[in-house]
Every structure is written in C-alpha cells, then in structure tokens.
Design a protein around this ligand. Structure first.
Ligand SMILES: Cc1cc2nc3c(=O)[nH]c(=O)nc-3n(C[C@H](O)[C@H](O)[C@H](O)COP(=O)(O)OP(=O)(O)OC[C@H]3O[C@@H](n4cnc5c(N)ncnc54)[C@H](O)[C@@H]3O)c2cc1C
Length: 552
C-alpha cells in the first residue's frame, strides 16, 4: 500500500481535470460555481410528526421516499426504482443543475465497468485495507465493506446514463505508476446544465419520480416506525408522502454555523456549495431518535479561505479573491494569540488533506510584508510557487492557478482594511497593536531567525518556504476556514439504516451521503467524498427496496 501512496502522482487525474476545465468546469476558478452564498432561511422545526391519518393538503404514496436528490440521493432513487420500488425523490433545489451533483470534478469509485476492463484494477479488498487502516480503523467497517460492494454498481448507473466522463486509469493501467487517486478516478467532462441532462435522465429512466423545489420539513411516524415525510411543495402546499422506507441524504451541515460549532469544537467554517446543506437531514433524523456518530472531518484545503466580514465572503475567482488563496502559498500563519501553529507548507504541498490544523484554530491570520505582497502581485502564481509544490497541488488548484497573476492584491488589502478583516502597520509592533495579536512580534522574530538559519526548529518547515517577514509595511489578513462539505453524521449500520441511542436500527429510516457517519477522520482520499455518496446512495436505495448488496 505504501508503495502506491509513495507512487502517488496526479498525472492522469490532472489530465482529466484539465480536460474538464477546458470544458468549462471550474472555469471561474476555485469554488466558482455560481451557487448562492447565503443559505436561505432555515425551517425552524424538524419535529417528528405522529400524523396518521394525515392532516396535509395532499397525500402521495410510495414504497421509498428519498430526501435530497443530488450526490447520494440521485443514486438512492435510481437504485431503489431500478430494484422495482415505487420511488419518489424530493429536493429543495429548483432542479438538479443547481445541486452539488452537477458541480463536482470527479468521483472516486472502484470496480466500475470501466475499471473492470483492466486486470490490474483496485480490488474491494485492496480498497478496504487502504481506507480502514488509513483512517486508523475509525471508519464504519461494516458500512465501508458494503460501500465498496456498492461502489462499482453505483458508478455504473452514472456511466450507463451516457454521462461524459474520462478515466485517468485508462491512460496507464499500471497501479504502481498512477496511484490510488487516478485508479479510482471517474472525471466529469461536463458540468452544470449539460451534466444535469444526463443525471436527470438517469433518474427518469429508472422510473423514479423527482420533485424539485420541495422542502421536507418533517419525518412522519407511526408507533416508532418512520412512515414517510411531510414536505412543502413548490406551490406552498403541504404534502405527506407515505412510504415504507425513507432515505435521508440532504448533504450534511456545512451551511449551518451553529451545528458546525457544535460538532467541530466551536470552529467557524463556511461552505462554498449548495446553500441547502444546512443540516436539515441531521435534524430530521435526530427528531426520530437517531444518534450522531463521533467523528467529524472535512474536505477543506483546496478551497482556500473565507471571511464573513468581507464583501467577497469566500474564495471565488482566484484573480478576484487573492487574499483567500494566501493559505495555499505556505507563508506565515498565526493563531488568535499571535502564535505560530503548524508547518504552513503543508497547505501548499498537501492541498487536499491538510485543512485540519486550520479547523483546530478556526480563525487564523496570514502575515505578509511588503516584499511578499510585491512578489505575489507581480508574478504568476506558478512563478513564485516551487514546481514541487505545484506538482503536489490538487488538480483543481493547479487549474485555477495556471497563468494567473494576483494583480488585485494591493487593492484587496486596502478593501480588507476598510472592511475590518485586514490590518496594516509600519512596524511589527504597530501591526500587533492594530490587530490585537500581542505575541505577533515575538513569533515573527523567531520565524525570521529560522529563515536566516535555513531551518525551522518549531515545525520543521522546508527551507524553500521560509521567507523572512522583514520589509514594512506589514499586513495581517484574518481568515476563516472554507470547505466543500462536512464529513460525519448520523450513525448507521452496514446497510445505511439510521441507529438510535441503543444502536438499534430505526424502522423505516436510512441515511446516505454526507448526512451519514460512514467514514470521516481523516479525510484522505480525493474524489471519495462524492464517491462514497454515490455508493451509499446505491446501497441505501437497493436495501430500502428490498434488495441485498451481497447479491449484486
Ligand atoms: C463545488 C463543489 C465541488 C466538489 N467537488 C467534489 C469532487 O470533485 N469530488 C468529490 O468527491 N466531492 C466533491 N465535492 C463534495 C461532494 O459534492 C459532496 O460530497 C456530495 O455532493 C455530497 O452528496 P450528498 O448527497 O450528501 O449532498 P448533496 O449533493 O449536497 O445533496 C443534498 C441535497 O439535499 C437537498 N436538501 C437539503 N435539505 C433538504 C430538505 N429539507 N428537503 C429536500 N431536499 C433537501 C439539497 O437541496 C441537496 O440537493 C464537492 C463539493 C462542492 C460543493
């Protein structure tokens, strides 16, 4: 396994990302997906409703109802309907093009029909060993085992729908050469409405009914059994959908600051994707007695940063939000006390996996001197970052940085000062007083000593990233964590049934995707966020329809 990690190259996946970028995906840069920045008003009460018979304006009947019809839900609905169950999928978004499912780069999946064309494809056993040991045995082993069984068939639903994809493993089917990211890589060639056509076609073809612009507000219960959902439809009517099984997959809670603070040790974290990932599903399941798992992580770093005081708010087009890309350059970071807390180069060279130290601090500060501002604002990013750092960056970051010079940085610093999240000082002492980081001068002095000596005895940062901070004026840029999604959610059994406080499955209730506690700590495999959504959706959909993943 180590040999594959060591042999990890992004060549194929990068090629795929490049192809995808050339098709318009991520054309606006990191996180530039045209999605709403602010979450709409939350439904305030997700209480379990004991409503039999129904008091709603209208009642629909199904075998399986799916709440959320994107990353996990579209597979749940398609798998359930294909297995013969009458299936209704409900989503708050106006259409599938407006969901995360149409804005991702790729899916990590194993044993899809495309991979099985190659004798040296990754096996379920290999992937199980890799992930279970890689998460230090914290992932849900039973669910993981079944997710790997569901991964190929789940991916095949998308492939068979004719969705334009490219496969990094097709270029070079030698696992020692291409590494695990490329081996599982199924990279989308179209995004937004173009992709939506295929994914909506996949749902329709399966026979599932999808209802868009409808918000599920409650689970329905009858004597402790979940028997469907109540929703408000696009005309404002209350509709009860009665079903033997309900699958909740609303995408976690990145857009819910309160839930993020609750489960991430008080941290602040902002999401760049669907505004509807606001914890609705978590709260619906909790109201039915389901328990949260204990592990939480996130896919964070490649996205850069955010600050709610900024009119830009979150990283968007790289050239227009240069300050939110600063953490990816590996300069000097200080925490709220003005103390250094990590080898910052990890943010540059391990871009997909090194966000956790920032999440631990929640709010942090990047310290710049005028020399760095000049370097950053007058050179192409690929010119001032070392080639080794560029080579190791996540494909999406590479794509976004290619050919860009951050000429707007001086203006954005001035804007940040006006908005109250950037501070400037002629001396380090002035800067410390302005931003309130009392230990800043001592921390910078120690950092400069290390840079002068060519070694960092505090965090062992490689010398190529040790640039002294010595030429005034100086700047402190306050940043918060930005991330794609929360990882960690409702505890479930090996088939994605939600569990109660006694670890007993709640009859009629399944969870999938980012709402479920499938695997979380640490996030370590690119593409697996959506990959596990595809697999868990398939697993939950098939099981809820009466199927058995071991028979597939
Ligand atoms: C821009 C972006 C790019 C990404 N790129 C990648 C990538 O390349 N590879 C990767 O592995 N992962 C990627 N991710 C992460 C990936 O998108 C998620 O892991 C995946 O979409 C999660 O699937 P899900 O079904 O859990 O949630 P979602 O896909 O968000 O689906 C949840 C759905 O539930 C709906 N919903 C919420 N509340 C309700 C309610 N009360 N009633 C009805 N419907 C509701 C929402 O509208 C939403 O459509 C990316 C994320 C973003 C935001």
């Amino acid at each position: 396994m180590d040999r594959l990690i060591n042999a990890f190259t992004r060549r194929g996946f990068v090629a795929g990302a490049a192809a995808a970028a050339s098709m318009g995906l991520y054309a606006a840069g990191l996180g530039g997906h045209g999605m709403a920045k602010a979450a709409p008003a939350l439904a305030t009460d997700y209480a379990l409703l004991d409503v039999v018979p129904s008091s709603a304006d209208e009642t629909l009947d199904a075998d399986v109802v799916v709440v959320g019809c994107a990353g996990a839900g579209l597979n749940a609905a398609s798998a359930s309907a294909t297995a013969g169950a009458k299936t209704i999928a409900i989503d708050r978004a106006p259409n599938i093009a407006a969901t995360n499912a149409c804005n991702t780069a790729g899916i990590w999946a194993i044993e899809s029909s495309e991979e099985l064309k190659y004798d040296s494809h990754i096996t379920q056993q290999w992937a199980f060993d890799f992930i279970w040991s890689g998460t230090h045995y914290q992932s849900n082993a039973g669910a993981l085992r079944n997710l790997l069984r569901a991964s190929g068939p789940g991916m095949d639903l998308i492939i068979d729908a004719g969705t334009p994809l490219m496969y990094p493993f097709a270029d070079d089917a030698d696992p020692e050469q291409i590494g695990i990211l490329n081996w599982g890589g199924h990279v989308y060639m179209v995004s937004g409405p173009e992709r939506a056509e295929f994914l909506q076609g996949m749902i329709d073809e399966s026979g599932a009914e999808s209802l868009w612009g409808c918000e599920v507000t409650n689970l329905l219960a009858d004597n402790g059994v979940v028997v469907g959902v109540r929703m408000v439809d696009s005309d404002g009517k209350t509709v009860d959908v009665k079903a033997s099984n309900t699958i909740v997959c609303t995408g976690g809670f990145i857009q819910n600051l309160d839930l993020v603070a609750k489960y991430y040790g008080g941290a602040r974290m902002y999401g760049a994707g669907s505004p509807y990932n606001d914890g609705a599903g978590i709260q619906l399941c909790q109201a039915a007695g389901a328990q949260m798992g204990k592990n939480f992580s996130t896919s964070i770093n490649e996205l850069g940063a955010a600050n709610a005081k900024s009119s830009d708010f979150i990283v968007g087009n790289v050239a227009e939000t240069p300050l939110f890309c600063l953490p990816l350059f590996g300069g000097l970071f200080l925490n709220g006390q003005g103390i250094r807390f990590m080898d910052e180069s990890k943010m540059a060279v391990s871009t997909m996996y090194c966000g956790e130290p920032l999440l631990r601090e929640s709010t942090y500060y990047v310290i710049l001197d005028q020399a760095l501002v000049d370097t950053y604002s007058t050179n192409k990013i690929t010119g001032f970052m070392s080639q080794s750092a560029i080579d190791n960056m996540a494909p999406v970051v590479q794509m976004s940085f290619a050919g860009v010079t951050l000429t707007s940085m001086p203006d954005k610093l001035a804007q940040g000062i006006e908005e109250g999240w950037v501070w400037k000082g002629e001396t380090l002492e002035d800067l410390a007083e302005a931003c309130g980081l009392t230990k800043l001068p001592d921390s910078v002095a120690a950092y400069n000593d290390g840079a002068g000596a060519g070694e960092d005895n505090d965090f062992f940062k490689p010398v190529e990233f040790l640039k002294p901070i010595e030429q005034g004026p100086f700047y402190a840029v306050q940043l918060d964590v930005a991330a794609w999604l929360t990882l960690g959610g409702i505890k479930c059994d090996e088939d994605c049934r939600a569990l109660d406080a006694e670890n007993r499955p709640i009859p009629g209730l399944f969870v999938a995707g980012a709402d479920a506690d499938l695997w979380a700590v640490p996030y370590f495999e690119g593409g697996s966020a959506q990959g596990f959504c595809v697999a868990s959706g398939y697993l939950a959909g098939l099981t809820a329809a009466g199927g058995d993943i071991k028979q597939v």
